[in-house]
Write a protein that binds this ligand. Structure first.
Ligand SMILES: C[S@@+](CC[C@H](N)C(=O)[O-])C[C@H]1O[C@@H](n2cnc3c(N)ncnc32)[C@H](O)[C@@H]1O
Length: 194
């Protein structure tokens, strides 16, 4: 896959290590469904373009992706750019928390990448990131019922001095005996073990 998408900045970023590991585990654990919050919105997002990569992966291995974004223009762009993988991707326009609350299928890999976490302002890093961190946790809470033993949870933008999007969710998961952190880098990767 790396060769085909070598032009994308994300392939050469620290994020790619955790992304690839998540997909490796997903295959080993016989996963079928990936759910992504926050869809691809620009051609070569240095911190993203995952929807395209998930789509190519799903086509190659016969898996399914659902991606949800609150903005119709993002959904439209995402549909266009991932057109080649349309049979494997469902693009939904909705608030991700609302979507997850009403979604009732098992999720094998949940990728949380929606509300942007602002770059920290000096001395106010935590406060500036609060909304994104709360939203990330609400997404996790809404999806909890869909996560089973061996479900994977991957969260983006983990390498900000504010703690990034996953901060609140990670602090919660650390108190939960049924979740183990596998990798904590530019993204944070977790597995549900019970
Ligand atoms: C970082 S981008 C997602 C990038 C994408 N995963 C990719 O790989 O290219 C974040 C997206 O989250 C969306 N978003 C923000 N708040 C949201 C919410 N409450 N529900 C769903 N999507 C939201 C934004 O519209 C934006 O397109």
């Amino acid at each position: 896959m790396a060769k085909e998408f070598d032009r994308l900045q994300v392939i050469h970023s620290f994020h790619y290590l955790t992304f690839k590991t998540a997909l490796n585990l997903f295959m080993q654990l016989d996963g079928n469904l990936i759910v992504e919050t926050g869809s691809m919105r620009i051609e070569d997002d240095p911190g993203g373009a995952y929807t395209l990569l998930w789509g190519a992966f799903c086509k190659r291995y016969g898996k399914k992706l659902i991606t949800v974004d609150i903005l119709p223009e993002v959904t439209n762009f995402c549909k266009e750019i991932t057109n080649e993988y349309a049979d494997y991707i469902t693009c939904i326009t909705q608030n991700s928390v609302e979507f997850l609350k009403s979604f009732d299928e098992p999720i094998d890999l949940l990728f949380l990448d929606s509300m942007d976490c602002p770059i920290p302002i000096e001395g106010k890093a935590r406060a500036s990131a609060e909304s994104a961190q709360r939203h990330n946790f609400e997404e996790f809470e809404a999806a909890k019922k869909n996560l089973h033993k061996n479900s994977l949870l991957l969260m983006d933008d983990n390498n900000f001095s504010s703690g990034g999007k996953p901060w609140t969710t990670k602090n919660y998961l650390l108190t939960q005996p049924d979740w183990i952190c596998l990798l904590d880098y530019a993204q944070s990767l977790w597995i549900k073990v019970k």
